[in-house]
Each structure stands twice: as structure tokens, then as C-alpha cells.
Design a protein around this ligand. Structure first.
Ligand code: SOE
Length: 388
């Protein structure tokens, strides 16, 4: 029997547009899906660039007006991969038009807007998702299974750093990720948001309070000569402008399950490229994950016999492990793009079955509450509540 076709419109064609396009193109080649995803239309502001991207990525059509695309009856899913300040508006219009929505992180750049998107989608029977793609790395999904099965006992510590260095050179211009009005915040929203999601996901608990510290070291940078949403190939002008976001944000946290946490995000850590590394310590063991070695987990369990105690490396590529049976034999490793393929697989499954997808808008809303509480705490130099 022919599968039900679901037509997708993707808004945004740069870094995330490329990652999501690749995911839709590949997903049905690895997973047996309930539905047949159709890459219907790619949307972007610049006609020449979006046309070229649509051809390159394999979309049937391209368009420049996202509101017109949302209004189309033949579109089932709106996928949003645009700069952060546009997420809430596009999400809310898409939900109001009865579309399933998969939105890149963040759900919005304020708690109020994130809450509005969450509340609008609630009870509508539409699948809503926020793209925290690292949840879909098999090693992280495996860590979550180990913790929820009780293998580590009660968790006491989450210790996460997310370090990059792509703006350490002060001549890197003011791309949108350095503009508070567009990005919402700097390293904090860009990188701590991922750690916050991972902590909630892996430990299955919520943040209760946080104490933050932020700094902007490079206060002025050249303006962009050409608009570009990517992470490389920028053109600078001779004029300088103000950096309005944090370069580094660190914070302490308490969780509802009694655990404590430390977090640090910066894009000024020379030599660290995409060093999303965290470890958790429980009563009976520890787990370490590093995105730069995403196919592995380091695991220590206290009940190993004396003489054999120590961290050991688990290949998170065995067929029994989350998502892996769709790919290659053990240790034939996967990469960054597979986190997106796994994510759209779960999303399409939810659309096909009429079930819920996680992380959902609720998770995006909770994430925004924590980000916001850290900023408030850093400004007030005091602890802040991170609960609903
Ligand atoms: C840039 O810092 C960036 O692409 C983030 O925007 C992503 O969310 C992160 O996954 C990788 O780094």
C-alpha cells in the first residue's frame, strides 16, 4: 500500500537549512517510515540563493514569502531554520494555520514568546518539536537509558562545558549570532541551551535554581559587509559595531532531583571546536560524553570487581543501541548529520502515528526559563529560581 505523503516546507537554507534538508533526503533511505516525506518547498528571502539551495538540496520548489507558504493547503509540516528572532512569529502563524511544526532552537528569544508558542500548540493535535539535535546522538540516548534504568543510582552531579573558538579572532564580524536583538543571547543561548536540554533529558528532572556569571570580552567588532547567516566566509566592513551578547556564561544549578550542576559556554576557547562535553556522577557510577567523539561513552561503574575498576569505552554503535540498527555494523561510525536524521525520523513517526514528539515546545519553553533565569541571576549577582 502506498504510504501517506506529507509535504514539508523548510524555512531557512543556511547551516541548519542544509542539516535539515539532508535529514529529510536521507531519513527514508535508512528508516522504514510510516509516511513518505516530500521535500516540497524551500523558503528564503534571497531569491537567487534560495533557488540555488533548493536545487542543490533536492527541494521540488523554492519560495521567498514564508507567509504564503504557510497558507498553502498542500503543506503539512513547517520546519523553521531561520535566525532566532523569527522563530516565535513563524511558529505561531504555522500552528494557527494547522501545520505540524519543527522549530530550530530556541523556541523564542524570550520566555513570554516561548510560553505563547507552547500554549498555542497545546491540545491542537499538531506535532510540535524543538530541534535539540544532540538528544538524537545514539550515545546520549544510551546515557539517558542507563540513567533511567537506575544503572548509576541517584545522580548527584551534572558537569557540562560547551566550548568553541570560532569568534576568538576579534576581526570576526558582527554576525547575527552576536546581536542580542536577533540571537537573544550569545554563547549562553547558542551553547548552554544544548547543555540545559541534555541535563533535563539525561537526568529526567527539572532545574530548580541557578546562579550565573557572564562576560563580554570583545566589545566591538567590524560590521558585516554582506549579510550572511553562516559560520564561515564572512566579509567585514571598515566600520565597527557593538557586541551585544555574552562571550562566556557560566552557572551553577540545583535540580529538583537533588543533583547539583555546573555549566560553562564560550566561543572564545582557542583550540576547542565543538567541545560539547559533560559528565554525570551517580551513586553507582559515572558517564562522560564528548561531542567530538560522539560515537563513544566513557562509563565507570562502582560494582566492577577490584582490579578491573576504571572508566571503559562503550562503542555507542551496536545495533541494540538507539537508532543504530538503521545504519552500519558496530564501530562503523556515524556523524553530526545523523543526529538530524534521527530527529526527523522521530518527528515523522509522530506525524504518521498522531503521537507526541519530544523534545516538544514544552521542552523549548522550559529551556528558555532556565536561560532567562541565568541571565537574571548574573545581572542581579544572586541565585534565581528556574521553575515554572
Ligand atoms: C554555533 O555556535 C553552533 O552552530 C550552534 O548554533 C549550534 O546550536 C551548535 O550545535 C553548534 O554550534
Amino acid at each position: 500500500m502506498a504510504k501517506r505523503q506529507v509535504n514539508i516546507a523548510l524555512i531557512g537554507y543556511q547551516f541548519m537549512g542544509k542539516a535539515h534538508s539532508n535529514a529529510y533526503r536521507q531519513v527514508g533511505r535508512f528508516f522504514d517510515l510510516e509516511v513518505e516525506p516530500v521535500m516540497k518547498v524551500l523558503v528564503g528571502r534571497n531569491e537567487e540563493k534560495v533557488k540555488a539551495a533548493a536545487e542543490k538540496f533536492g527541494w521540488q520548489e523554492y519560495a521567498t514569502d514564508w507567509e504564503e507558504v504557510i497558507a498553502r493547503d498542500d503543506i503539512d509540516i513547517i520546519d523553521i531554520g531561520t535566525p532566532n528572532d523569527t522563530h516565535a512569529l513563524i511558529t505561531q502563524k504555522a500552528i494557527a494555520a494547522g501545520k505540524h511544526v519543527l522549530c530550530e532552537k530556541p523556541l523564542a528569544i524570550s520566555v513570554e514568546d516561548a510560553k505563547a508558542s507552547y500554549e498555542l500548540a497545546k491540545g491542537k493535535g499538531l506535532v510540535n518539536g524543538i530541534c535539540h539535535n544532540y538528544r538524537f546522538a545514539p550515545a546520549i540516548a544510551l546515557a539517558q537509558q542507563m540513567v533511567s534504568s537506575g544503572k548509576l543510582g541517584a545522580i548527584r552531579h551534572f558537569r557540562g562545558v560547551y566550548l568553541q573558538d570560532w569568534i576568538v579572532d576579534p576581526s570576526v564580524p558582527l554576525v547575527w549570532r552576536l546581536d542580542k536583538n536577533i540571537a537573544g543571547s550569545g554563547s549562553h543561548g547558542d551553547l548552554n541551551a544544548h547543555l540545559i536540554d541534555t541535563a533535563r533529558f539525561v537526568m529526567g528532572t527539572e532545574f530548580s535554581e541557578v546562579c550565573g556569571l557572564s562576560e563580554t570580552f570583545i566589545k566591538k567588532r567590524p560590521l558585516l559587509a554582506d549579510t550572511d547567516g553562516g559560520l564561515t566566509g564572512f566579509k567585514s566592513s571598515d566600520e565597527m559595531g557593538e557586541v551585544t551578547v555574552d562571550d562566556v556564561t557560566s552557572f551553577l544549578a540545583r535540580f529538583e532531583n537533588g543533583a547539583t550542576g555546573t555549566f560553562e559556554a564560550t566561543r572564545l576557547a582557542p583550540g576547542r571546536k565543538n567541545y560539547n562535553r559533560w559528565e554525570i556522577n551517580g551513586e553507582k557510577g559515572s558517564i562522560v560524553y564528548n561531542q567530538e567523539r560522539m560515537n563513544e561513552l566513557e562509563v565507570y561503574v562502582t560494582d566492577d570487581p577490584a582490579g578491573l575498576q576504571g572508566f571503559h569505552l562503550v562503542q555507542a554503535t551496536e545495533a541494540e543501541m538507539p537508532y543504530m540498527s538503521a545504519y552500519w555494523p558496530v564501530a562503523h561510525i556515524i556523524g553530526y548529520e545523523h543526529t538530524f536524521i534521527n530527529m526527523v525520523k522521530d518527528f515523522l513517526e509522530a506525524v504518521g502515528k498522531g503521537t507526541e514528539f519530544t523534545p516538544s515546545f514544552y521542552d523549548g519553553y522550559r529551556n528558555q526559563i532556565v536561560l532567562d533565569a541565568v541571565e537574571k541571576s548574573a545581572n542581579a549577582k544572586a541565585w534565581a529560581s528556574a521553575t515554572l
